[in-house]
Write a protein that binds this ligand. Sequence first.
Ligand code: FE2
Length: 268
Amino acid sequence: MNLLDVKPLDLKYDEKTFLLFMDDTALDPSVRRLKDLHEVAYDKNFLNRAKENIPVYYIYRNVCREMDWHLFVPHKIRHDISLIPAFNIGKEFVKTLGHYHPIAEGKLTYPEVYEIVSGEAHYLLQKIEGSKVVDVVVVDAKEGDKVIIPPDYGHVTINPSERTLIMANLVSTQFNPIYQPMREMGGAAYYELKGHLFVKNERYFNTPQIRFCRPSTELRSLQGNSLYSLFLKNPGMFEYLNKPLRLEKSALMEPVNHGVGHIQVEDL
Ligand SMILES: [Fe+2]
């Protein structure tokens, strides 16, 4: 059993079954299986040969102590934990299904905030206008980082490493994610293949180059504090999850100007 550092919660997970325990009680996950990713994955040859019932990732929703419900419920915010074991979907790194969020306020959609508890992630964010993708961002995030999915961006989380990616997130309870547009397009505008090669999804036209980013310095200053503990101390800090007009731009990701390490992009 492995301890998960999400203070003040007492969380452990079993690295063989990916079961999550809170106060030594097993929690019930939503499991995404290979068949769920069929439409959005890159390597169809692999999918046709693989066992479609293989579990790919695990989402534990409402991971919250009973004594804290009275804070979460009136603020309409939920705390989730996701486990994405290292896995290659054939040529492609394991990833989430990908979705958009509906409008929350004005013309802005609901944002969401993630924290890397363990492992690393590439958050692929994309903005659509009509049928056209007008911006694609990849945020490279490591353990302890916090990343806000900005209003108006769909998102896919990629585990580009050989370790299990474990994330916590806070999100509004007032909406359901919208999966259909990315399903219909065969995934997001780029796929990240093994070797950290990003290739374009040919179903999108005039796709812009990826803007590589890192988590904001402002959020980095919160390292060492879990999202959960920050919420308990000051729930108002996360009001933007239901009221995106209150989200400060300084909390969003920052561009990386000096290359992106081992990452390559096709067609550069
Ligand atoms: Fe989301």
